[in-house]
Design a binder for this molecule. Structure first.
Ligand code: RP5
Length: 166
């Protein structure tokens, strides 16, 4: 396993699933777990230690509300942890964002935007790509394709404006 994707609740899956899909597209071996920092603290700590020993390189931890999962995962591993704050409650993810991003000095969590599962997965791939040329090539292709889409939108809009269609 290269990546462990951990969620605080099974209710997080719809918001975290895109990360799993992107990792699968890149051919990254990913273990998906539901483990809560608050409700299953012992199982959570045990899994992180076992996963690190088994060779997991990067952890993605997704949680909403008082989202302590990424920080707790980071406390139990020396591998990079990417925190994915989720909009799971009335504060629409601001609570989770602040919990995840405001780690005390010494135990960092690389935090992506609220519900931005895609960026969490891409950041994990970028970390793995440091030592994997195949992943680096695939990332390059993804960046080229998204640049192409932006430039196609640019050309289309400018053409419409010139022709008075917009
Ligand atoms: C957090 O509490 C979870 O990550 C989830 O986003 C939120 C609500 O969990 P459930 O009550 O739906 O299980 O720990």
């Amino acid at each position: 396993m290269q990546v462990a994707l951990i969620m605080g609740s099974v209710s997080d899956w719809p918001r975290a699933e895109e990360a799993w899909k992107l990792l699968r597209e890149f051919g990254v071996e990913t273990e998906v777990r539901v483990l809560s920092a608050h409700r299953t603290p012992a199982e959570c700590a045990a899994f992180v230690r076992e996963a690190e020993a088994a060779g997991v390189q990067v952890f993605i931890a997704a949680a909403g509300l008082a989202a302590h999962l990424p920080g707790v995962v980071a406390a139990h591993t020396r591998r990079p942890v990417i925190g994915l704050p989720l909009a799971a409650g009335p504060l629409q993810g601001r609570d989770a964002l602040y919990s995840v991003v405001q780690m005390p000095p010494g135990v960092p969590v690389a935090t992506v935007g609220i519900d931005n599962a895609r960026n969490a997965a891409l950041l994990a791939v970028q970390i793995l790509a440091l030592r994997d040329g195949r992943l680096a090539d695939k990332l390059e292709e993804l960046r080229r394709n998204q640049a192409r889409r932006v430039l196609a939108g640019d050309a289309e809009l400018r053409a419409k404006l010139v022709e008075g269609r917009a």
